[in-house]
Design a protein around this ligand. Structure first.
Ligand code: ADP
Ligand code: MG
Length: 503
């Protein structure tokens, strides 16, 4: 059971602030649909192509070119909506949002203002293992991305790359339910995880395939509760929107800075202007980009080139039936079926590749032991060489093989680590390696006894000391382990040493 009673931490005391303030944050996340073709053209979406090589006539807004909707992109938006437990609107429509940038040759962006394809949904945001907060989703709409202006290639000219123009985006708009920088990052992390599970967006923030506009306001204690009761925004402070953030770290730093800036203005008796701001990671501050446009500034109107989008419930049901197991469900199942802690289960379900690997290992081994080996040994080792789980030199079968040898008592934990290293670097079947290299644990008490006797005979002084001080028995255990190359069963060694020393 998830504990939803988590209270947002009060924002840190702001140096120099006279009053207590609370943060209110709402995010608009732009997620690029994982589609090979653009939203209204067949041009490729491949990242890193020669500038202006992935541009169809309609993307370049050549006269007379008409958009044709890409059904696959619509399906991905529906899939995303279903994954966020959201309302799917069987009728939606495209609107033109007019603005004039050199990287937007149409002079408008095709978006969905009045009738988005997806309505209200929710995201459970994990704050600590087992503790989550619910952030409501207001809507998801489909829209086109713009191109890219390049200002740093020539001192006198700017260039335009239209490869990104017309690529399909899902804009996922949250309610202002987020109460701090950490929560904002946790929300984006969870959203990204769900999108990656669904396969609707690759979540690559570095390439700009997932980026967030972060809306921040501050209010006095008690105001947010009034907003919650009434859903009336006038109880909240005026917000500023920080555009296009594509790093979890910058999202947090920008919110922190923006909150301080607003508090300083308010405490000095000033007012917050609703505006769009940019975060400068070098200076660690936000600066004004433009005053906030209202919807009427964009001269929205229904796009006359596109029919309203009508989809059938049957199609939505088919998509719903094909949804994969999502992170929350998978995590709960790992806890229940494999007896894992919430923490281990979240690490192992962070992405589907990790989860799949673990399940293959745990299929016929002890779940907790498998989790331990995957998280501590395998992940640790992969991280060292910057390998991903997909190109792990140790297959799930091999790791399961090692764990089975431990479970059967054939190798000790210490030898298992050596064995893991051998399998990691040279490959091979773990059981066979153990056989060939004589790595089997010595459980034969006769052999262990002989080794103990030998060490006792060779160290009479040490024996006297150990008889007086039982703690020194450990020294003998260590010697026996050394003499047997770490292969003696540690439990048996302890018992035999204790018996021989008369303890
Ligand atoms: P716009 O396109 O004008 O930015 P949207 O409705 O698309 O408007 O998005 C507004 C975003 O700002 C939503 O995520 C919403 O939750 C958030 N928001 C609205 N009011 C506030 C506020 N007072 N403080 C913080 N966030 C807010
Ligand atoms: Mg917006």
């Amino acid at each position: 059971m998830l504990d939803l009673s988590y209270e947002a931490p009060k924002p840190k005391v702001i140096a120099g602030a006279k009053h207590d303030w609370e943060l209110v944050i709402g995010l608009e996340v732009h997620a690029q649909v994982a589609s090979k073709a653009k939203l209204f053209s067949g041009a490729s979406t491949k990242f890193g192509a020669e500038p202006n090589s992935n541009v169809a006539f309609v993307d370049a807004a050549m006269p007379g070119m008409l958009p044709v909707i890409n059904e696959f992109c619509v399906e991905q938006a529906v899939r995303t909506g279903l994954g966020l437990k959201a309302q799917i609107n069987l009728k939606s429509a495209f609107d033109r949002k007019n603005y004039f940038y050199p990287d937007l040759p149409q002079g408008y962006q095709i978006s969905q203002l009045y009738h988005p394809i997806v309505g209200e949904g929710e995201v459970l945001v994990d704050m600590e293992p087992g503790i989550a907060r619910l952030v409501r989703i207001e809507r998801i709409h489909i829209e086109q991305d713009a191109g890219k202006s390049i200002h740093d290639m020539d001192p006198n000219m700017s260039f335009v790359d239209l490869n990104r123009t017309g690529v399909a985006l899902m804009e996922i708009v949250s309610r202002p339910d987020i109460r701090g920088p950490e929560e904002a990052a946790a929300y984006v992390t969870k959203l990204r995880q769900i999108l990656r599970y669904l396969g609707t967006c690759d979540g690559n923030m570095q390439n700009g395939n997932l980026r967030a506009d972060v809306n921040v306001s501050v209010c006095r204690p008690g105001q947010y509760e009034k907003y919650q009761e009434t859903q009336d925004f006038s109880h909240l402070g005026t917000r500023c929107e920080i555009k296009n953030m594509n790093s979890m770290r910058f999202i947090q730093a920008a919110i922190d800075h923006e909150a301080r800036r607003q508090i300083a203005i308010l405490e000095a008796g000033g007012e917050i202007d609703q505006e769009t701001r940019l975060y400068d990671p070098d200076k660690g501050e936000t600066r004004s980009m433009r005053s906030k446009e209202e919807a009427h500034d964009y001269r929205y109107f229904p796009d006359p080139d596109l029919l309203p989008l009508e989809i059938e419930q049957g199609w939505v049901d088919d998509i719903a039936a094909s949804l994969p197991e999502l992170p929350d469900a998978k995590k709960a199942r790992f806890v229940k079926d494999f007896g894992l802690s919430e923490y281990d289960a979240s690490v192992l379900t962070a992405d589907t590749a990790n989860a799949r690997y673990f399940e293959q290992v745990a299929g016929d081994t002890d779940g907790k032991l498998a989790a331990n080996w995957v998280i501590n040994e395998l992940f640790g080792r992969l991280k060292k060489e910057d390998h991903s789980i997909e190109d792990s030199p140790v297959s799930p079968e091999q790791l399961a093989g090692i764990i089975k040898l431990i479970q059967k008592g054939e190798i000790s934990g210490k030898i298992a680590k050596d064995l893991f290293e051998i399998v990691y670097t040279d490959g091979g079947d773990p059981a066979q390696i153990v056989e060939e290299r004589g790595m089997k644990q010595v459980t034969d008490t006769g052999a262990i006894e002989a080794a103990v006797d030998e060490i006792i005979a060779a160290n009479p002084a040490q024996v006297e000391k150990a008889k007086a001080n039982p703690k020194l028995a450990g020294w003998f255990v260590g010697q026996v382990m050394k003499a047997t190359g770490g292969k003696a069963n540690p439990k048996a060694v302890n018992e035999i040493v204790a018996a021989k020393l008369g303890q």
